[in-house]
Write a protein that binds this ligand. Sequence first.
Ligand code: HAM
Length: 417
Amino acid sequence: MIQRPRGTRDFLPDDMEKRRYYEGLLRNVAKTYGFREIATPIFEESELFILRSGPNVLGELYAFKDKGDREIALRPEMTAPAIRMFVNEMSNDPKPIKMFYFGQCFRYERPQSGRYREFFQFGAELIGNPNVESDAEVISMAGAMIRSFGLKDYKIRIGHIGVLRQKVSDSGVPKERMAEVLQKLDKKNYDEATPLLKSMGVTDDAIRDLYDLTETVGGPEVLSKVPGEAGDYLRRLVELLRVMGVEDPEIDLGVVRGLDYYTGMVFEAEAPALGAEKQICGGGSYTLSELFGGEKVFSTGFAVGFDRILLAAEKEGQTYEKEGIDAYVVPVSDDVRLESAKIVTMLRDEGLRSDIDIMGRKMAKAMKYASITGAKNVIIIGAKELESCSVTVRDMVSGEQKVIKIENLIEELKSRQ
Ligand code: HAM
């Protein structure tokens, strides 16, 4: 038997129905924030991701040469494609440009719970201004998305990669080794960071200073320790967020993010119930357009890990009730099949979700099937009832059964929706 590739999943009808429902919640939130949907190709020229995504993502690229000898990669994320599209197609559009997207991304990672090789992101990019309002807009929207899932146990952490980069650079780390150091600091992996920094000639005092910064974690009050413009910026951001539905974000100047393109504010949301892969959302402000041949414009955005936020909702005990169908039509005998097909078509034309037995099952088995598929009503069509232009309708919840004129059937079923 051929199996699906490692790190991928099949989604059965029950899964897809649930996923579409939750996707719809995110879509609604994005629209209420004035974002509009875009779509970009699933594969791009590898260079798009190589230019700035950083060592984490590069090592995980699904890249190959196509038949025309082009270097192609499956997208590991959608920010670079969105900005490439902006540079190609939308650079003269009035700003801000607010776009959102939903789709699969591919990373060659070691699969585990909440970490897949094919996974889904729901993300948003705001292209326009490097100001507090833009950052507040996206963090607030991320918060609203998490709340729309009904999640209770989650935390939003906000940092500033600009401050951290400056500190690393001031400590004497050469520019080309910045990413390597940040990667260690990202995991607060000081045991590995210390020898690495020392090998670059960074002094003990400077290392201590650096760790002081990455350990600046807590409520907004810790911002008093953040000097200069960045501190003011984050204070104004927190103030704005407070009136925009994100009341108690954690400040964490150790938030590094796995991608290299961020320049200012960075943020992450985590759901502790998920354990190791608890990050359900990540984002920040960045500039990428100039790298792709456009003018330099400031952007900010985030992506929700759709699979993870779903897992988090499940872990919190949320259940999803299957939609089911309005009616399952069962012809009692072969001589009523034509009339049954007519009736099911009439129901479908009215927008009622309807199905018809095509297996020629006996009544008891047909009822069982209807119940498994979540039919709310079964329409039993018999020759005798048809003579008086009627059918029997069985309410699958109460078990109640009554004979109804066909002309009243639609009204009856709609009243039961
Ligand atoms: P990211 O943090 O690399 O950021 O990914 C965003 C989210 O995707 C993560 O927080 C996580 O929930 C989910 N995710 C990442 N890798 C996997 C995986 N292997 N399996 C399941 N879920 C995963 C970005 O991709 C940026 N483009 C976000 C952004 C948008 N920044 C600015 N704009």
